[in-house]
Design a protein around this ligand. Sequence first.
Ligand code: NAD
Length: 488
Amino acid sequence: MSITHLQTYFAGQWQDGSGALYSTEYPATGETVAQLHACKVDDVDQAVCFAEAARHKSDWAALMPHQRAAILHKMAALIRERSEELASLQRLDNGKPVKECRALVASAAGTFQYFAAVCETFESPVTPQRGDFLTMSLYQPLGVVGAITPWNSPIASEAQKIAPALAAGCAVVIKPAEITPRMAIELARIGEQAGLPPGILSVLPGKGSVIGDALVRHPLIKRIAFTGGTNVGLGIAELAAKKLMSVSLELGGKSPTIVCSDADLDHAVAGVVYGIFSSSGESCVAGSRAFVHASVYEEFKRRLVEQTTRLCVADPSLETTHIGPLISKSHRESVERYVALALEEGGQLLCGGKRTGNELGYYYEPTIFEGLPNTSRTCREEIFGPVLCLLPWEDEADLVSQANDNEYGLACGIWSKDYKTALRLGQAITAGTVWVNTYKLFSISTPFTGYKMSGLGREKGAASIMEYMMQKSFYWGTNAQPLPWSQA
Ligand code: NAD
């Protein structure tokens, strides 16, 4: 496979970062696919200062909404034009099956299109009179904002941050995961082709602890939209607090899926399999704890194992592949440590539990355990891999308490034919997203958030444009007379 030399785009030009040359590899074969220079802290300063100047010089924020929207529409169109190529590049970066990569690219195009519409139709209210004045809200862009993204769904995650920020009139500096820089770089290219003024969208590849950290600390950065692990997110929140800077943190999860006694088992089995094993389980919302009612447990387990062992773990370029490789050698080792831990904790392996596929790629079989208590480390910690724990339940109050007895609160799946049961359970589980009789469906117009250690703030939804704007309340006096002290 040929090795591509990637340049990045910051301070209004295509250039190499000023740090060391590093390589990215294709997880399906371990081959080097790209080389690029990491950025250094000085590059962060240069990119952010240039972006701040570019905002003013280009009048980006002062453009009419329909003019900014036109550029976002053009970005959506360019993403669609290049969709097959972008899907392949995404696959080379993180090894996801090509079908999933296509869906991520389509989602990114849809996100730019959606926020173009939000930009053009955004209105601010004039509130009813409560005295001799009228009040209205004026919204202005925050300035230069930072976006920090993980490796698992780069183009979708990056679009979700860039599009609302650009729609709001901000300039964006993005720090992609070190090992998956391509989608952010391609989005910068697409932005340039669509007519974004130089400096309004910049990309700084490099180490999170260096470049990400410098971005968060930079005095001209007015907001950080972060997706990644909880520990890193907590560190960002601490730094942000010192600047009183707003953040959105989309963090980890250990989401429960609940199968009730009346569930349609065909749907529930398919949903649980898809919910945990799609994206090789490298998904923040992976349904990694399946609570199954005791009355259907054995039948569900039989069908679950049968369906799981039929999944095709293979080359992610094939249309027939369900599960591609894990992202890296070290991540597969981390999953293997968790599988060893599950066995030590007394878990019974129902299927999987070992490497598969060619010798060179980081493939791992979809793995299911039963017999582990919800209090075990395997059931508590985010594995971020294809490992499912199956737990029986009987009493609803106990189920709710177990499902909630976890530091995360990102998502939840409920399989029941009774809408009252589903509503009751969905209200009782602390989770930002509740899927009833479905799983892992997303809409750009529906806000996404996590509770507890799964996050802070929201992404997606029309209102998220306001996260990138400063709201000012204007009072317009309508008094016929001067204010009371005029006679003093
Ligand atoms: P990570 O936290 O290690 O890295 C995420 C990003 O943060 C990367 O760009 C990284 O370089 C950067 N970073 C690392 N240290 C930093 C620091 N000190 N300061 C600033 N930036 C820093 O996460 P990851 O391993 O890339 O991704 C996996 C994690 O992401 C999982 O925990 C997963 O649940 C989470 N995730 C959450 C969501 C969500 O929407 N809730 C979506 C996808 C992934």
